[in-house]
Design a protein around this ligand. Structure first.
Ligand code: GLV
Length: 327
């Protein structure tokens, strides 16, 4: 008797073995093993006939992609908490389940936001560049002056899980006042951290540090433009660990160059990777990391487990563990 055929899946990059091994043992899996993503053309050819896809945020999962896969495609398991790379409305229309990987990266991402905040405020990376280029000649009473953190005001834009986790660090560890701007109230943050919901412009005007934790959508694209930076304090530090297009990158460059704000710390850029001739790279007061906020052992293992659970559940027509488009 012939064995029942196994589901065909395409996995667009090698992910931690905790998830990948379960996928390769349960499915007929084609795993893209190159560290760089497949070209669009190759991606569309690879997904043809697949029942499921495990994708990264670098893949655009749109109607063209779903057409290329074919009508048997049941599930898209995105290895990320964000899913702005997936046309969820189109997937829902076609009855395709979409999964993401929340929670397991909350603390790591909040740590990264705080790390960037500290690095940009205290000019840590600039100091390292100073040493490496042989400019450190003596201890300088007036050199390398940064901004203080204790007792300042943090403004959180997007008070979801990650924004809340950063607010906890800033309030509990550094005694900061917490302002936040969101469509929804975070009553726990208001109760436990004395967080205050405010209008966007008030947050810009009053905060010493502003950290972005909202998702990328049509109302947040370009939210931080020249006008927004001009409403911030000249001593303000801007942090973005969410999505690059939430800030207007050239406007950010001008604001930093012209000292309209003090510094910025970015884990995300627009585009990604950042162009090697992007003027931001010439500025000492901008710290940039290559989108690595979730890059810790436990976060990436947790993401791999959830992504595998989501993929296998979708192939079996079961509810996904972390389901973006249920019902
Ligand atoms: C990373 O940016 C993610 O959305 O998980």
């Amino acid at each position: 008797m012939s064995e029942p055929s196994r589901s065909r899946v395409f996995v667009t990059r090698v992910i931690p073995a905790l998830g990948l091994d379960r996928i390769t043992s349960a499915c007929d899996a084609d795993v893209w093993r190159d560290p760089l993503p497949p070209s669009r053309e190759v991606l569309l050819a690879k997904v043809a006939g697949c029942d499921g896809v495990l994708s990264l945020l670098s893949e655009q999962i749109d109607a063209q992609f779903m057409d290329a896969a074919g009508p048997q495609l049941k599930v898209i398991s995105n290895f990320a908490v964000g899913f702005n790379n997936v046309d969820v409305a189109e997937a829902t229309r076609r009855g395709i389940r979409v999964g993401n990987t929340p929670d397991v990266l909350t603390e790591a991402t909040a740590d990264m936001a705080f790390g960037l905040l500290l690095a940009a405020s205290r000019r840590i990376v600039e100091g390292q560049d100073y040493i490496r280029s042989g400019r450190w000649k003596t201890w300088e009473p007036l050199g390398h002056i940064g901004v203080d953190l204790p007792g300042k005001t943090i403004g959180i834009v997007g008070m979801g899980r990650i924004g809340h986790a950063l607010a906890r660090r800033c309030h509990g560890g550094w005694g900061m006042r917490v302002l936040y701007h969101d469509r929804l109230r975070d009553l726990e943050a208001e109760r436990k951290l004395s967080a205050e919901p405010v209008e966007f412009d008030d947050l810009l005007a009053q905060s010493d540090f502003i950290s972005v934790h909202t998702d990328l959508n049509e109302s947040t694209r370009g939210l931080f433009d020249r006008a927004a930076f001009r409403k911030m304090k000249p001593t303000a530090v801007f942090i973005n660990t969410a999505r690059g297009p939430i800030h207007h990158q050239l406007d950010l460059y001008h604001a930093l160059r012209d000292s309209e704000i003090f510094a910025a710390g970015l884990d995300v850029t627009d585009p990604e990777p950042i162009a090697s001739d992007d003027p931001l790279l010439t500025l000492p007061n901008c710290v940039i990391a290559p989108h690595v906020a979730s890059a810790t052992i436990s976060s990436r293992n947790g993401m791999a487990e959830i992504a595998a659970d989501n993929l296998l559940a979708g192939l079996n027509d079961e509810p996904l563990r972390c389901w973006v488009n249920p019902g």
